[in-house]
Design a protein around this ligand. Structure first.
Ligand code: G3P
Ligand code: MG
Length: 378
């Protein structure tokens, strides 16, 4: 978790941030949305806030409609992913009943775009059908040679005899591609692995190869020769099941343990996604560009409200970036859950406020801004 600590140590959160945010919740004011809209914005987590699994929450639809009605800007900031942003926003627009633009949308792997200048040939891990959907995402970002686990199994099925691919898939030129001779520059985990065994074996082969050359090995020393990135750190996330499910953070834990048993060394990796600064800095840039594009707002932002269901990703990350944080009870978090104070010295996972659902959270944030405006004008 050194990466986590280092990234958040640079965060702008301060202990008085939570205290500061509390002093605005005092009086009632007549709502004048046109006065607050240019200086406030919202950032919404998706799973457990706007959606549960494939189903949109009615409160989510109403919350976004309210903000659109009053020209208050917002972005969607999810640790989810696995398909091109264009496909996901089309699906979300349909489910939520509002027009969501790619310009207001950040998935866990969207910031990988910033790695395109550094890497040519990447191993794409995770996503539907073991990376094939994510190959398209990686190609859209601009990576030149995007290889999936299925490509490597198709080239030599013995690489992992327990793989889950069908013979037809391994013969299908739209599903698998021939391998180039070039060495791998990086391993990028885009989304949840659909075949942990195949993915972990192939990741180990690439990570401990001689300078990224598949089929070679740095044995007997077995050292890491290729960087690896994980697009989120979620141990848990909320879908339609009654209890939280394991996310990419659980997969990373398995990869790290296998790597340590295999090499005797700790895996060196970079984890992005919420709660890390890399992702919140990227999201803040997206938010500023979006509000100007959509409404022409260029005023300084007084408050950004991060609305999430997971204290570890949404709340800790929002606090770490100096945003207000509103935790909702419709996803991972349940009343009585303990907040993890182990990392509080860098960014608390305690929210500015906890509310039942996203509509209540939006009304709370708007109300708070009205109160702030009233205070400032009195
Ligand atoms: O980690 C899994 C991911 O789907 C959670 O998504 O929207 O709650 O960040 P979200
Ligand atoms: Mg969530």
């Amino acid at each position: 978790m050194a990466e986590f600590t280092r990234q958040l140590l640079r965060s702008r959160v301060c202990a008085s941030h939570i205290a500061r945010s509390r002093r605005f919740f005092v009086t009632h004011a007549v709502p004048d949305y046109s006065k607050i809209a240019p200086t406030v914005a919202f950032s919404f987590d998706i799973d457990g806030v706007l959606l549960r699994g494939a189903q949109a929450l009615e409160e989510g639809k109403a919350a976004l409609k309210l903000l659109d009605q009053h020209k208050i800007p917002y972005i969607l900031l999810t640790n989810g992913g696995g398909k091109p942003e264009s496909a996901r926003v089309a699906e979300l627009s349909e489910k939520l009943g509002v027009e969501i633009s790619e310009q207001q949308f950040v998935q866990s792997h969207t910031p990988y775009k910033r790695l395109v200048m550094s890497y040519q040939k990447v191993l794409v891990i995770g996503g539907p059908r073991s990376g094939n959907a994510c190959r398209k995402v990686a190609q859209n970002y601009g990576f030149k040679d995007c290889v999936t686990a299925a490509d490597i199994v198709a080239a030599n099925p013995a690489v992992w005899p327990f793989h889950s691919f069908s013979g037809a898939e391994l013969q299908d030129p739209t599903f698998v591609r021939p391998l180039s001779e070039a060495p791998f520059d990086a391993v990028l985990v885009f989304n949840d692995s659909r075949d942990w065994g195949t993915d972990i074996q192939i990741m180990m082969d690439v990570l401990t190869s001689k300078r990224g050359k598949l089929g070679t090995s740095t044995a007997p020393k077995r050292e890491q020769t290729v960087p690896v990135y994980f697009s989120n750190n979620d141990l848990l996330w909320a879908n339609e099941y009654s209890l939280p499910r394991f996310g990419q953070g659980a997969f990373r834990t398995a990869v790290e343990q296998v790597f340590e048993d295999f090499t005797g060394e700790k895996l060196s990796s970079t984890i992005i996604g919420k709660p890390f600064l890399f992702t919140f800095e990227y999201a803040h840039t997206v938010l500023k560009r979006w509000r100007e594009h959509k409404y022409g707002y260029t005023h300084d932002l007084k408050h950004v409200y991060m609305v999430g269901d997971n204290p570890e990703s949404d709340i800790r990350g929002g606090n770490g970036y100096g945003w207000m944080t509103l935790l909702v009870r419709t996803g991972v978090y349940r009343d009585g859950d303990k907040f993890d104070h182990s990392m509080s010295h860098v960014a608390p996972s305690t929210p500015s406020e906890t509310l039942d659902d996203v509509l209540k959270a939006v009304k709370f944030g708007i109300d708070n801004e009205h109160k702030l405006q009233h205070l400032e004008s009195s």
